[in-house]
Design a protein. Sequence first.
Length: 95
Amino acid sequence: MSSLNHTNNTLLSWVARATGARAAQRAERIQSLWSGYGELFRATLVDGSAPSVVVKSIRPPSSQRHPRGWASSRSHERKLRSYEVEKTFYASHAA
């Protein structure tokens, strides 16, 4: 099993536990995030309280890149900080 498949399976298992579903299955990709830092995708829930959820999967790249050349360490740190703030918000305020 590739590392990415293992990561996706681990994430989907977490989604199922967090939502009380028996299982979660990846459906379609909705959108990629800034500069390849991850993606938004829909996951369908098996025996869940809702038919599906939207998952934001953040995977910072091992090397910094941007199609327009905006790949500095400052840009990278700003993105990481933004994701940390967002994670803290959801941890504190999500139902």
